[in-house]
Design a protein around this ligand. Structure first.
Ligand code: CAA
Length: 379
């Protein structure tokens, strides 16, 4: 498999790299203070980043999946917040409509999502169903030409900011996962209430909220796919979403390595740069090896996806490995910086706080192991 970027993909990488440095880096203090990067998302829409893989006929940039993953990777090297907002908007916000929507739904939503006018969110998790996503309790009951939804969702990334929510609810609890259906819900839908804003360890500036559905009335035409087909829609989009989160983690791991290496080369102790002290040099060597391995796994999964080949196992492997590389690498980066690393004067403490959730959301590392082992035993 050829994992080298094409000319077009390299142009995309350079464009995103320049954009991130110029437009996102100066805004990091605002995001750390909790400000959602609305203006940045608007500019990302203008340069085609909000609809990278959306076909041209629906107003998108019509680029391949590797280009999309390259964008998440590059954005996340500068800001994991902007990385996750784009990943959720695309992989699990826009893609369910792109792959499972009917023509009317695609024509209505995709151009606005691709331009960045509409932001997407994905609503699967509930207070009592996280890893066991199939046990969700939100109920949808058909009444005439609408569905009435009651229940609540937890930890919804982009929640409160999003214009379009992909909501999973049970239309027939007796059928368990086969009774789960997916709905496209507009932000102004009566009965949609934005609940508690989570105060998080990291990813400050990305919004994570609870959603409450109080007799929320969703037009029947907003059912996505078939009644009872929602769980498969969720799982299929998470397969792809997990490559996005793996790319976000790769970005954090690489940023940690670059910061630690740069510091270690100029910090002198005991008469020489600490990079030349074996204890620090070995840390950098391990970090660099993990980054390279993560890069190969992430881009292999992305290439499979680009070629339309199955990639569920590879996506989970990429997420499992890259998220660990991000957590371990950012912890080591703080250690290389010593006391300075523990202060907000350097970015490594932010990398550390942002990295941890990559082992949790879009399926914990334990869930990735379940997915991978199921593939092994099925083969
Ligand atoms: N693609 C398509 N269909 C799939 C699938 C996939 N990847 N995985 C499972 N299915 C299908 C199965 O084939 C099965 O149907 P059949 O019997 O017809 O074959 C059906 O779905 C049920 O499958 P399972 O019995 O395997 O389901 P399960 O209840 O045991 O759950 C699981 C499997 C992998 C553990 C799943 O529950 C899971 O992925 N859990 C983690 C949930 C998760 O990732 N949550 C993330 C929340 S979103 C988020 O974090 C976004 C954000 O804001 C950042």
């Amino acid at each position: 498999m050829n994992l080298a970027h094409t000319e077009e993909q390299l142009m995309m990488r350079d464009m995103v790299r320049t954009f991130a440095k110029k437009e996102i880096e100066p805004f990091i203090p605002n995001m750390e203070a909790g400000e959602f990067p609305r203006g940045i998302l608007k500019k990302m829409g203008e340069i085609g980043l909000m609809g990278i893989t959306v076909p041209e006929e629906y107003g998108g940039s019509n680029m391949d999946f590797v280009s999309y993953i390259t964008a998440i990777h590059e954005l996340s090297k500068v800001s994991a917040v902007v990385g996750v907002i784009l990943s959720v908007h695309t992989s699990v916000g826009t893609n369910p409509i792109m792959y499972f929507g009917n023509e009317e739904q695609k024509n209505h939503y995709l151009p606005k999502m691709a331009s960045g006018e509409y932001l997407g969110a994905f609503c699967l998790t509930e207070s009592s169903s996280g890893s066991d996503a199939g046990s969700l309790k939100t109920r949808a009951v058909k009444s005439g030409d609408e569905y009435i939804l009651n229940g609540s969702k937890m930890f919804i990334t982009n929640g409160g900011e999003a214009d379009v929510y992909i909501v999973f609810a049970s239309t027939d609890p007796s059928k368990k996962t086969y009774g789960i259906s997916a709905f496209i819900v507009d932000k102004n839908t009566p009965g949609l209430i934005i609940g508690k804003d989570e105060r998080k360890m990291g990813l400050h500036g990305s919004r994570t909220v609870e959603l409450i559905f109080d007799n929320m009335k969703v037009p029947a035409k907003n059912l996505l796919g078939e009644e009872g087909g929602g769980f498969k829609i969720a799982m299929a989009n998470l397969d792809v979403g997990r490559i996005g989160i793996a790319a976000q983690a790769l970005g954090i791991a690489e940023a940690s390595l670059e910061a630690a290496t740069g510091y270690a080369k100029q910090r002198v102790q005991f008469g020489k740069p600490i990079s030349e002290q074996q204890g620090i040099g070995f840390k950098l060597a391990d970090m660099a090896t993990a980054v390279e391995a993560a890069r190969l796994l992430v881009y292999r999964a992305a290439q499979l996806r680009s070629e339309g080949l199955p990639c569920g196992k590879e996506a989970s492997m990429a997420k499992l490995f890259a998220s660990k590389a991000a957590v371990d690498g950012s912890i080591e980066a703080v250690q290389v910086f010593g006391g300075y690393g523990y202060t907000e004067d350097y970015p490594v403490e932010r990398y550390f706080r942002d990295a941890k959730v990559t082992e949790i959301y879009e399926g914990t590392s334990e869930i990735q192991r379940i997915v991978i082992s199921k593939f092994l035993t099925r083969q």
